[in-house]
Design a protein around this ligand. Structure first.
Ligand SMILES: Nc1ncnc2c1ncn2[C@@H]1O[C@H](COP(=O)(O)OP(=O)(O)OP(=O)(O)O)[C@@H](O)[C@H]1O
Ligand SMILES: [Mg+2]
Length: 449
């Protein structure tokens, strides 16, 4: 193989690994998230050098499905987690937002189950994937179905806010992989619509968010129902004490003592593909500033985060008053509306979506170019997840935070976690009366002195 040079960051890319042959000298550019590698190697040689998914132990029906989806080579977390899961290990895995964690746990499950000799009995499942929000349940199940397309394996999503009857009916024949939110799962189990005695694998996606949302008791209630002899997998973009606590709860320290730890991002960092900046503003001019940015900069799309349900509705009204059509998704809306609005946003029909934290985790919105923190989140992890809705799968994106003086404490916490200050920009016509001071990154908490 010829020379390998790391030539730069932040190149706008579309796919994980997009290979372009330079016609002049047959050089190849390989985009792997943000870094750009140049291999001085002819195209054919290079494409042979890319690790095929089959090398990770995946068989042809799965490789065919992911090839059809345009995946050329595994992402780093997939490369490490897939063989570990296939070997039956428990796993705690962290990797940045948008780096393919879903496939990292779903593909090996499908591989294992496609070889199962025993047919599935009624009301039984082989794997349970627990997720914190309904939208994420829908999305993860859709991914499972895509990856399982050329197998006989079945999947379904079980989540609240919709009728239980169709979910119960679907479970009668059993499903190989069930993706569920904790509350509805317990409901179904209480109603004896579902039994866990054949469960082999339990996956927690976004475990810390489930803790934040108060699902800890539910998770404990679920765990005691599961067979002790099972494989436990835990995936997240941010490793926090909450995640560690959940890992402990899995089963008498079995998980934490014996699990393999795979960490692609040892320190909590935002995905490198996202350009972050902030604008300081006064509270009373915030919505005018947002409208100004949308119109003046002709934004194609934006996912705009607010802290509370009622501020979502208020902001939508304020934008609409200025001729900008927006809609919202939050816990106060019906599930049918939440799904409809999210679908419209995913398809590009809706350009500006105002959301609360329900949309912060895991959602994979095609080519979303921009996330706005209209309100700054209280938790630094939440910031990392929110902005991670853009800059996914190697594409670039921008994250803009509107910060007023009351956000100063949160800003300090976020910047300290990022180990960096976020670049500030000024917008003409929006002078700030109450300036936001620069945060002190070296601040040491009293307790840790
Ligand atoms: N090997 C691959 N090659 C190309 N694209 C991929 C590959 N693996 C996953 N993707 C795509 O990358 C996107 C992000 O994947 P996914 O949603 O699993 O990320 P994630 O790591 O779970 O992020 P988050 O932390 O935000 O939940 C998806 O659109 C998925 O289809
Ligand atoms: Mg995810």
């Amino acid at each position: 193989m010829g020379g390998l040079y790391l030539v730069g960051m932040g190149v706008r890319g579309k796919g994980w690994m997009e290979i372009n042959a330079y016609s002049s000298n047959e050089r190849l550019i390989l985009r792997y998230a943000a870094p750009l590698f140049i291999f001085d190697t002819p195209y054919d040689t290079l494409s042979e050098l890319l690790m095929p998914f089959s090398k990770l132990g995946l068989s042809s029906p799965l490789v065919q499905a992911i090839t059809e989806l345009g995946y050329k080579t595994p992402t780093p977390i997939q490369e490490q987690a897939i063989p570990a899961i296939l070997s039956g290990k428990d796993l705690i895995a962290t990797a940045q937002t948008g780096t393919g964690k879903t496939a990292a746990f779903v593909l090996p499950l499908l591989e294992q189950f496609s070889k199962a000799a025993e047919p599935l009995r009624g009301k039984r499942i082989r794997a349970l994937i627990l997720v914190p929000t309904r939208e994420l349940a829908v999305q993860v199940e859709a991914s499972v179905a895509q990856y399982a397309k050329h197998t006989q394996l079945t999947s379904m999503a079980a989540y609240g806010g919709v009728d239980t009857a169709p979910q119960k009916e679907r479970l009668i024949e059993g499903v190989d992989i069930l993706v569920a939110t904790p509350g509805r799962l317990l409901d179904l189990a209480h109603q004896r619509a579902l039994h866990f005695d054949e469960l082999q694998v339990m996956v927690l996606d976004e475990a810390d968010r489930m803790v934040d949302m108060g699902f800890v008791d539910d998770i404990h209630k679920i765990i005691v129902r599961l067979p002790e002899n099972r494989q436990n997998l835990l995936f997240t973009a941010t490793m926090t004490n909450d995640v560690r606590a959940i890992a402990h709860a899995f089963s008498d320290s079995k998980m934490t003592d014996m699990a393999a730890n795979i960490s692609i991002t040892p320190h909590v960092r935002a995905a490198a593909t996202i350009k972050q900046w902030l604008i300081t503003v006064d509270k009373d001019t915030k919505s005018a500033l947002l409208s100004h940015l949308i119109t003046e900069q002709a934004w194609d799309q934006a996912l705009i985060f607010v802290e509370k349900k009622h501020s979502a509705a208020k902001l939508v009204a304020q934008l609409e008053k200025r001729g900008i059509q927006a809609d919202s998704i939050h816990g106060g809306r019906s599930q049918a509306m939440r799904e409809k609005v999210l679908d419209q946003f995913k398809s590009g029909e809706l350009k500006y979506l105002v959301a609360t934290g329900v949309a912060a985790r895991g959602l994979d919105i095609g080519e979303l170019s921009r996330v706005v923190n209209y309100d700054l989140p209280f938790q630094p992890e939440e910031y990392i997840h929110r902005i991670g809705r853009t800059g996914r799968a190697g594409a670039s994106g921008e994250a803009i935070s509107l910060v007023d003086i009351s956000d100063f404490k949160n800003l300090c916490a976020i910047e300290r976690r990022l180990k960096n200050t976020i670049e500030r920009k000024e917008v003409e016509g929006f002078p700030v009366k109450k300036a936001v001071p620069a945060s002190n990154l070296n601040h040491v908490k009293k307790s840790s002195r």
